[in-house]
Ligand binder design. Structure first.
Ligand SMILES: [Zn+2]
Length: 138
């Protein structure tokens, strides 16, 4: 199957529990979210690469007022969730939801914590969606 370098392909890979990035075959830079054209050397010779899914926490925030689908999961003003930016071992940064961290006590969340990817499946059948998340690796 041909996967164009789009968000739709990226999400399809998430559904297969793969965190995929695009890599420029010319200058070897990796991009996440995937890009069709290399911003570095302007080549369109991209290839998909599966990332290790491992990295470190670069930034985070606790969210007290989230979107409807997060409210539906039971998160609200009294039960915040965390989102953050993880720098993967491949050197690219990506924002995602954080699980397994104490969103109510952000002082307990440490920048530089080793993280690993987690795939959150929500819904059934055609309505099934997979969300990207990271959780502490230890
Ligand atoms: Zn390039």
């Amino acid at each position: 199957m041909v996967h164009p370098f789009t968000a739709a392909s990226f999400n399809q890979f998430l559904g297969e529990h793969k965190l995929m990035a695009s890599r420029c075959t010319q200058c070897k830079q990796t991009f996440l979210p995937p890009r069709a054209i290399c911003p570095n050397c302007h080549s369109d010779q991209m290839e998909w690469v599966e990332t290790s899914g491992k990295g470190t926490l670069a930034a985070f925030t606790s969210v007290y007022v989230g979107p409807t689908f997060m409210n539906a999961e039971g998160f609200d003003r009294n039960n915040p969730y965390a989102t953050g930016i993880v720098e993967l071992d491949e050197g690219v940064k990506i924002s995602a939801r954080l699980t397994g961290v104490d969103a109510k006590n952000p002082a307990n969340i440490k920048i530089g914590t080793p993280m690993r990817v987690e795939f959150l499946d929500r819904g059934e059948g055609d309505a099934k969606q997979t969300f990207l998340a990271f959780t502490p690796a230890n």
